[in-house]
Write a protein that binds this ligand. Structure first.
Ligand code: ARG
Ligand code: ASP
Length: 672
């Protein structure tokens, strides 16, 4: 194709897939640039209402929950709602066979029954600020990428320490946007006295389990409640019985008056990581190499856990959280691969790159980028696979990892450790590593040990039958040292070059779009910082002849009810409420709303995020995405990508009717 035809072709692709406004995770302090579009779609508040540095705004009601999830304030007494799966480790921490809060749920019936959690923290964002100039002070074009990284790290450290000196519990973090074309500092106030207030039984909070995970229709009551405590001055303080409930600058009012398809929705939270601007090779590697291999390894691990968990309640409690962790990405990767194939993303990106390369000809900044990517990625591929196996195979057995530590967490480790699972896992994964990794990249220690023992199985006997911490430690250390000294430095240096190219390519993609008048506005990839995604409640059609509605109800829970299937065993109390139709104020059309889906662009980390209506009131708590749309971390399809939220009315119904903890509703502001 000649240049003109390529460009025409490209423009036609872009016209077919313009950035639909639902795509995007927008930087909240810059939300002014989207506010007009948002208001056109029904939003009734201003940019200042969402994010303000001068007065309290909705952002002040949101927390980064324990670094991985989102949570929000729903009362002026520090009451926090997040997902059940986000509070899972805390619920498990307080559970034993006698007090099985995972199984039975937990409800503090008064303040002094709320349970403190040693390892839990929540961070409120005070403000964010562009610090690009300060971060790059002293930078010159002649620097290598490594020197640049060091400069960025040094300058960032200085910025952070200057800020953190200023107050109790203040934590700052500098993060790159657009591959380091821009840097922001995020300043948080961190609270560490955060207590468990309530959690439904897993038969509600995890209803559908891993079977329904990543799927619609969904009927999971995925929420838990915590309370943030502060000292007498309302400032962060370590746990103390003298602490008092935190009075937040802002909390969400709850809209319980009902929602409809087409309603405006806004998700405000902490999306973790996306890769929307990567090249065709990167996507090809994910969809055709990395995901399939990692899925295979995890299928093996899950099979081993399943067979033991079925046999014993104690083992089931021990491994339920670990199982959920392993299964979660395992299932997501499968949906992601499928979505990438369906969207034809590799091919589309290739075409785009061809057009980009033509456009870049003669532009010194961008000329040749695409070719360089191809070269670097082909060098990195084999090493990336070794990395994947390092994490997904060699480092996966728990005993190895534990043995490599200092043993201080010994009680905690053994509480949730079952040797037969771990030994079988070791055997299976090491055999896969042995089989799949090219000899030249294989750890020499590994080869030698296996040869000496006679087989992977015999080596497993030596480590596990003797509970040999020293041998396990040696194994872990030796294989990791090999990886860290031989593979990782080469991979890091390639990735550094790749990252440098991305920094240019990111700018290039923006310039290219601008010159072609596509009007595309680029949002930065997610990086665990506060973002806004807006859209609307909408169903979707995942397959020929299938159309999903956007709402699920208690009817669906009862349809799935099956005492013989662990994931679908509805708690007796809920069955009774259903039979009596005693739904109280939470009744709608003769049933109770449970979950809904919307077009908000979300990712891991958005779990627990508030889903807001056009007036900024809380209508739901985000917790998942639909399986057919899990490629949204790489490519967003407005027809298929949906976030899944718990309808806030189901949470209130469970608190009120199932838990009989209705006293908690008194501190909320519920609009009906
Ligand atoms: N898929 C959701 C997310 O990525 C929920 C995971 C927790 N639930 C589960 N059944 N494993 O976090
Ligand atoms: N379930 C995810 C989370 O925990 C959300 C998602 O990936 O959509 O953040």
């Amino acid at each position: 194709m000649n240049i003109k035809r390529v460009l025409l072709f490209l423009i036609s692709i872009m016209a077919l897939h313009p950035l639909r406004a639902d795509e995007g995770m927008w930087v909240s302090s810059y939300i002014q640039q989207k506010i007009e579009d948002m208001r056109g779609k029904g939003f009734r508040l201003s940019a200042e209402d969402l994010y303000s540095i001068n007065s309290s705004s909705l952002k002040d009601a949101i927390v980064h929950f324990n670094g991985g999830c989102t949570g929000e304030m729903i009362s002026d007494e520090g009451l926090l709602i997040t997902n059940h799966h986000c509070g899972y480790d805390q619920i498990q921490y307080h559970s034993s066979v006698e007090h099985d809060y995972l199984k039975d749920g937990f409800w503090a019936m008064k303040r002094d029954e709320e349970l403190p959690n040693p390892d839990l923290y929540v961070a409120f964002l005070e403000y964010m600020e562009d610090v690009t100039k300060k971060v790059l002070a002293g930078y010159s074009e002649s620097m290598s990428e490594e020197q640049r990284e060091k400069l960025v790290a040094d300058n960032s450290r200085r910025i952070v320490s200057r800020i953190e000196r200023k107050g109790k519990g203040i934590k700052a973090r500098v993060a790159p946007l657009y591959y380091g074309n821009q840097y922001f500092v995020y300043v948080y106030k961190v609270f560490t006295d955060v207590r468990l207030v309530g959690a439904p039984p897993s038969s509600i909070g995890k209803f559908g389990g891993d079977t329904d995970n990543w799927m619609w229709p969904r009927h999971t009551g995925d929420f838990s409640l915590f309370r943030v405590y502060a000292d007498r001055n309302n400032e962060p303080a370590p746990y103390s019985p003298d602490n008092v409930p935190y009075r937040p600058k802002r909390f969400f009012k709850i809209n319980a008056s009902g929602i409809s398809e087409g309603d405006f929705t806004l998700v405000y939270g902490y999306p973790g990581r996306t890769s929307e601007y990567v090249t065709s090779q990167a996507v090809d590697y994910i969809a055709n190499v990395s995901n399939p291999k990692k899925i295979k390894l995890r299928t093996i691990r899950l099979g081993i856990m399943d067979s033991q968990m079925e046999r014993s309640d104690a083992v089931r409690i021990q491994y339920s959280s670990k199982h959920a962790d392993v299964a979660n990405s395992w299932k997501k990767w499968q949906g992601e691969m499928k979505g990438i194939l369906k969207m034809n993303t590799v091919e589309n990106k290739r075409n785009y790159e061809k057009a980009f390369a033509v456009w870049a000809k003669g532009k010194p900044e961008y000329d040749g980028i695409i070719g360089k990517f191809a070269d670097l990625y082909s060098q990195a591929e084999a090493l990336s696979l070794v990395r994947d196996y390092q994490y997904e195979a060699l480092n996966a057995p728990e005993f190895l990892f534990f043995a490599a530590g200092d043993g201080s967490d010994s009680a905690l480790f053994y509480k949730n450790y079952y040797k037969p699972i771990d030994k079988a896992t070791f055997i299976a994964l090491m055999n896969e590593y042995d089989k799949d990794i090219d000899d030249s990249y294989k750890s020499p220690y590994f080869k030698e040990k296996v040869a000496k023992a006679g087989s992977v199985e015999k080596l497993a006997d030596e480590i596990y039958d003797n509970d040999s911490l020293s041998l396990a430690r040696e194994f872990y250390m030796a294989t990791n040292t090999f990886y860290n000294s031989t593979v990782k430095p080469r991979l890091d240096s390639l990735n550094r070059e790749i990252n440098m190219l991305y920094r240019k390519y990111m700018r290039g993609q923006m310039d290219f779009a601008r010159e072609n008048g596509t009007g595309k506005v680029f949002y930065p990839d997610a990086n665990s910082t506060l973002r806004i995604a807006y859209g609307r409640i909408e169903g979707y059609a995942p397959a020929d002849a299938v159309r999903y509605k956007p709402f699920s109800t208690l009817e669906g829970i009862m349809e799935k009810d099956n005492p013989a299937i662990f994931d679908y065993n509805v708690p007796q109390k809920l069955r009774e409420i259903y039979a009596s139709k005693d739904f109280g104020r939470w009744e709608e059309n003769g049933t109770v709303p449970v979950c809904f889906i919307a077009t908000n662009h979300t990712t891991g980390g958005n779990s627990g995020s508030p889903v807001l209506d056009a007036d900024g009131n809380l209508i739901g708590v985000n917790f998942d995405r639909v399986w057919e749309g899990t490629m949204s971390d790489i490519v967003f399809d407005p027809d298929l990508c949906r976030n899944i939220a718990l309808d806030i009315r189901y949470a209130l119904f469970v608190i009120d009717k199932v838990a009989d903890a209705g006293y908690l509703l008194n501190e909320m502001v519920i609009l009906e």
